[in-house]
Design a binder for this molecule. Structure first.
Ligand SMILES: [Zn+2]
Length: 143
């Protein structure tokens, strides 16, 4: 029986969004300084340059920056199913501003799930994603 270890790396990025149809202030365009924690769970590598590691923190940083931080940071994330959000995105695209379209409402919960799935496709032994929308509110997605 091999012991498993968990490792976590943290990232930060800014995103603008709104929640179309929300019954409060989140229906307005606003932004968050998101904090993302990516948690990996695995047995330790038994040989070679990564011996004694679950995963090389440097490699994890590279993958998360390429797959998540670069495309999302300083973008307007929007629900492609929403006419109102798509209209705003269209104006931004015309003004050469960065957008990130997704086919779901851009809540912390669903963005966390999206990040998890996107990283899972990169064969990471990912076990959870925690996404802070503010200093006091976060979602953990752990399927
Ligand atoms: Zn928000």
């Amino acid at each position: 029986m091999s012991e498993t270890f968990k490792i976590t790396k943290e990232f930060r990025f800014e995103i603008a969004h709104l929640l179309d149809g929300h019954d409060g202030k989140c229906q307005n365009l606003h932004g968050h300084g998101y904090v993302l924690q990516v948690e990996l769970t695995d047995i330790l590598c038994s040989e070679g340059p990564k011996e004694g590691m679950v995963f090389d923190f440097g490699d994890l940083k590279e993958i998360v920056e390429q797959e998540i931080v670069l495309p999302m940071d300083h973008s307007f994330i929007y629900d492609t199913r929403s006419e109102r959000e798509s209209k705003i995105a269209q104006v931004l695209i015309e003004c050469h501003s960065k957008v990130y379209g997704v086919p779901f409402r851009t809540t912390a919960e669903l963005i966390a799930q999206h990040i998890f799935k996107r990283l899972k496709q990169n064969n990471l032994p990912i076990s959870a994603v925690r996404l802070w929308e503010s200093a006091h509110s976060f979602c953990e997605y752990r399927p």
